[in-house]
Design a binder for this molecule. Structure first.
Ligand code: PRX
Length: 659
């Protein structure tokens, strides 16, 4: 692949001197490039020694491990700290509550700015124990999966940790998914118990969560109980044979519950994500390795120090929320912000009000939010004291220079390093990032690998490793790290096929990448059929399948298109069955996607067309559709295999007319 654009000289941003000024700030844990290089080298040359040391330093083990790493990518049988036994909740709550019960664990910033509250470690422990006892009283035990479909309230965090306390596996479903998507995930994970709320609140609007759960579970005979937390107190349907009120039952429970000690390789959670095919993948993370990866990366990437207030704006329904709202901060005994609202509610100053109010030290969000706030203008930032911020971070998609500069100047005031953190649901924790006190940054680059990560750039066609420092290709990783997902729930074969078989012996990320002459990594985005809309990972075939379920749709093709605000957006083409023409419009089809997946997956545009471009063997040529919607009709490429060339001009007209 061409390496021409690696020749572009990018500005280098040194570490802001303020960060290294010991009068104002604690000394960064990793405060020079030499220190980073030394530790990085050890983590690659001697991973057993490196991770054994950190595992003992960061986690409490009820039974020590003997083996550090076993298994490899060739066989896809990775295990870490095999004989070790521990409990994730003990590590995230008990040990801090015992030492410092009054320290704030969670700052709940509710949708309405004046309705939040703080939860201390002592309170968190009591709440978690009560819920753990409640779960046990309904027969939930080690190894069972519990579905969690909750708004961003402290009780959601309590739910994660109550499951982990008793060795149950949580399967959190983002509360923006539709009832059908929730149903599929409940069935796939065989969850007999569901935790939810009456309603949610976002941007001043009500989300009818319980109703969505009711619709989902009516087709899941496996579900025995639904526990309902009262968030708004509105009247909601209640099935007394199945549903349980949180507030009624919790007060019957004792605020003490012994922990279930589990093996390091026992599952901690399942989290679904989109892949190249229509069916979502339930990635399974295990207790010891995941917790260690979260704890270590949290401390070093965010340069966490005692007293910091960590503000990760993600939703707990995604991996970012799991790792950097809950497990990473709490394993370090930190104070973490749980933000229930949106960047625009009640005004585009909401984030900055929140930073000021809680004196947030690390602020972490997605480029899509930065683009949105930049569009609203800096007058919404002015007048807010952001001086508590020590570093700011981004995650989820590549960040463009303009957004990076705005973040740097307006939010960071050129005094805060920006950490552009690259990782995935599969990696469990950050794998490429600048370390704020050690590595100068270049806007748009995720910089260097985190400890233990050995990235390689592969030629996508030959699979050969490109050993030149300047390289362009696909990103793979050579060696296992502790927090890599261990399997796809109930489908280990798919795990092997997706991650380890495309390039034998390596973990394949699915992302394109460039490495410049300074060894900096530039993530280019997905090379498979996954699209990234506002940092949400969607599969084109999942949306196509959703459209095909509609009784009028004959064929569907979905493509990802560049969008200035959301990074990418979804455009869908559909043909209708001949007897259905005229019966269905674009609105029906949009509703269909909202119903099957959720509102966040709704296509920005849907074109109902007469026919789709196909090869002579009948394969839909999405490449052509992508070019047409991008307006690049002069670059349609090789059309020799298309079965009906006359279709092209019709499609161009259809797209033009609908704009
Ligand atoms: O394409 C990459 C993009 O997000 C994908 C992972 O999505 P998900 O599993 O939902 O996890 C998102 C949050 C960790 C990756 O394959 N991605 C993530 N971080 C970055 C990124 N692309 C560019 N730069 C990043 N910093």
């Amino acid at each position: 692949m061409s390496t021409d654009h690696l020749k572009i000289e990018h500005p280098i941003h040194p570490i802001p001197p303020r960060l290294l000024d010991e009068k104002n700030y604690p000394k960064p844990h990793i405060d020079s490039i030499q220190k980073y290089e030394e530790l990085y080298k050890e983590s690659i040359d001697n991973p057993d020694k490196f991770w054994a040391r950190l595992a003992k330093e960061f986690l409490h083990w009820h039974k020590p491990f003997e083996t550090v790493l076993s298994g490899d990518f060739e066989h896809g049988n990775i295990a870490w700290f095999q004989e070790g036994e521990l409990n994730a909740t003990y590590n995230c709550v008990d040990r801090h509550a015992l030492k410092n019960p009054d320290k704030v664990a969670i700052i709940y910033e509710a949708d309405e700015p004046d309705q939040g509250r703080n939860v201390t470690y002592g309170e968190l422990l009591r709440d978690v124990c009560r819920l753990a006892n409640l779960l046990k009283s309904y027969g939930v035990k080690k190894g069972d999966t519990v579905a969690i479909y909750m708004p961003m309230v402290p009780e959601a965090v309590v739910s994660f940790l109550a499951c982990a306390r008793i060795g149950a596996i949580h399967s959190v479903v983002f509360a923006g998914f539709s009832s059908e998507a929730l149903k599929d995930r409940i069935i796939d994970a065989s969850s007999k118990f569901v935790i939810t709320a009456d309603e949610g609140r976002r941007s001043g609007k009500t989300i009818h969560i319980k109703k969505i759960v009711d619709d989902a579970v009516k087709n899941c005979p496996i579900v025995e109980h639904v526990l309902v937390f009262r968030r708004t107190g509105s009247d909601v349907p209640f099935n007394s044979n199945r549903d349980i009120w949180w507030h009624d039952e919790i007060k019957k429970q004792r605020p003490h519950c012994p922990i279930q000690i589990v093996n390091a390789e026992d599952p901690l959670f399942i989290l679904y994500t989109s892949g190249s095919t229509g069916k979502p993948k339930g990635l399974l993370h295990t207790t010891g390795g995941y917790l260690l990866g979260s704890a270590v990366s949290f401390k070093y990437a965010f340069d966490y120090h005692e007293g910091d207030i960590h503000g990760c704006m993600a939703d707990i329904g995604w991996i970012t929320g799991h790792t950097y709202i809950i497990y990473g901060p709490l394993a370090n005994g930190a104070t973490t912000v749980l933000f229930e609202s949106t960047p625009l509610y009640p005004s585009p100053s909401r984030y900055w009000e929140t930073v000021k109010k809680h004196k947030i030290t690390q602020f972490y969000t997605a480029p899509t939010a930065i683009r949105l706030l930049r569009k609203h203008g800096q007058e919404h930032v002015k007048g807010h004291d952001l001086s508590s911020l020590r570093l700011i971070g981004t995650v989820g998609e590549p960040i463009q220079f303009e957004a990076w500069d705005w973040y740097d100047e307006v939010i960071g005031r050129k005094e805060c390093p920006i950490i552009d953190t690259y990782w995935q649901t599969e990696t469990g924790s950050i794998i490429i990032t600048p370390l704020p006190g050690a590595l100068p940054t270049k806007p748009g680059s995720a910089v260097y690998p985190f400890f233990g990560i050995d990235p390689v750039v592969l030629d996508p066609v030959t699979g050969e490793e490109i050993s030149d420092i300047e390289a362009e290709g696909v990103l793979s990783i050579r060696k296992p790290w502790p927090s890599i997902a261990r399997t796809i729930y109930n489908d280990h074969e798919r795990y092997l096929n997706t991650y380890f078989r495309p390039y034998r012996g390596y973990y394949f990320t699915g992302d394109g990448v460039g490495r410049d002459k300074d060894g900096y990594y530039w993530i280019r985005g997905r090379v498979d059929d996954v699209i990234n809309v506002s940092g949400h990972r969607l599969s084109t075939s999942e949306i196509e399948s959703a459209l095909l379920v509609h009784s009028s749709v004959a064929e569907a093709a979905v493509v990802g298109v560049h969008d200035d605000l959301t990074g990418q957006c979804v455009h869908a083409f559909a043909t209708l069955k001949s007897d259905q023409e005229g019966t269905t419009d674009v609105k029906d089809l949009t509703l269909q996607v909202r119903k099957v997946i959720g509102p966040f997956a709704a296509p920005k545009r849907i074109y109902i067309v007469k026919d789709l471009p196909k090869t002579r063997s009948g394969k839909i040529m999405r490449r052509i559709l992508r070019k047409i919607v991008a307006g690049e009709t002069d670059q349609l490429g090789d059309l020799s295999t298309i079965s009906d060339p006359s279709l092209i001009s019709k499609l161009i007209d259809d797209v033009k007319n609908s704009n």
